[in-house]
Design a protein around this ligand. Structure first.
Ligand SMILES: NC(=O)c1ccc[n+]([C@@H]2O[C@H](COP(=O)([O-])OP(=O)(O)OC[C@H]3O[C@@H](n4cnc5c(N)ncnc54)[C@H](O)[C@@H]3O)[C@@H](O)[C@H]2O)c1
Length: 254
């Protein structure tokens, strides 16, 4: 990808799954990377695992906790000397029928997936305005576009991320900050493994894939990482305020 060598990249939720693959991809593209995540041991393991591939540092912070977000951005700026690219990736998910969702569960989902994404984007956005530009890629989902059953709180959070991103694009473009949104479908990660593992109705993943995904397989974290790299690169220099769907055709199914 053009224009990525030497870029300083913050990957939130970079200690697992898609974020971990994105961190590796950015290192392979010649970037310097700071990863964050909720669990300190997982973040340390990610830094150790990625160390052979380039300049990687990291620290654990909770994106739903405002003081943590300030500390996260300060730590990343200190480690990298500035942030050129934000992969705003941290998120949680679990399945729950709409009629059973408690207000507390709804609040928790929104606190991490929408409010947390807003807090990180705003703090990094302010930094990028000061330094004269940058690229932000927010993580939504196909669930931000269509209403999958048993995910009302998750779908609402990811739908919010889509419009958060469009509004950021409208307001931040004039500051030289490009903002886009990723919408992956079913990707094989620890997050989905835990959801599938919690299902008791047969082989959840193979049924899901057979019924819903025209390419006939789950996506790989590396395939979403490639989309992160594209949107962050100069190859996407005129892509702004858009959502990129990476779903094996799932949203094409009627
Ligand atoms: N796996 C999929 O099929 C899929 C599809 C569409 C979108 N997504 C989105 O991609 C992102 C990554 O998902 P994944 O599947 O790689 O999950 P994962 O569970 O493997 O990784 C999630 C990451 O987010 C971090 N995180 C969670 N809560 C946090 C918090 N409060 N503060 C800071 N960090 C926190 C974790 O530490 C971890 O690094 C999420 O936003 C998810 O909603 C995933």
């Amino acid at each position: 990808m053009r224009g990525l060598i030497g870029k300083r990249v913050l990957v939130s939720g970079g200690s697992s799954g898609i974020g971990l693959a994105a961190a590796r991809r950015f290192l392979d593209e010649g970037c310097r990377v700071f990863v964050s995540g909720l669990d300190p041991a997982e973040v340390q393991a990610a830094v150790t695992a990625l160390h052979p591939f380039g300049d990687i540092t990291g620290q654990a912070f909770d994106v739903s906790h405002e003081p943590d977000v300030s500390a996260l951005v300060t730590a990343a700026v200190d480690a990298l000397g500035g942030i050129d690219v934000l992969a705003n990736n941290a998120g949680i998910a679990w399945r729950e029928p709409f009629l059973e969702i408690t207000p507390e569960h709804f609040d928790r989902m929104l606190a991490v997936n929408l409010r947390g994404m807003f807090l990180v984007a705003q703090a990094v956005g302010r930094h990028m305005v000061d330094r004269g530009g940058g690229v932000i890629v927010n993580m939504s989902s196909t669930n931000g576009i269509a209403g999958e059953e048993d995910y009302a709180h998750y779908n609402a959070s990811k739908g919010g991320v889509l419009l958060l991103g469009k509004t950021m694009a409208v307001e931040l473009g004039r500051h030289g900050i490009r903002v886009n949104t990723l919408c992956p479908g079913y990707i094989r990660t620890p997050l989905n493994a835990s959801i599938a593992g919690a299902m008791s109705d047969g082989d959840f993943e193979s049924d899901y894939i057979a019924n819903r995904i025209p390419l006939g397989r789950a996506g790989l974290a590396e395939e979403v990482a490639a989309a992160y790299a594209f949107l962050a690169s100069d190859d996407a220099a005129f892509v702004h305020g858009a959502e990129l769907v990476v779903d094996g055709g799932q949203l094409a199914v009627m």
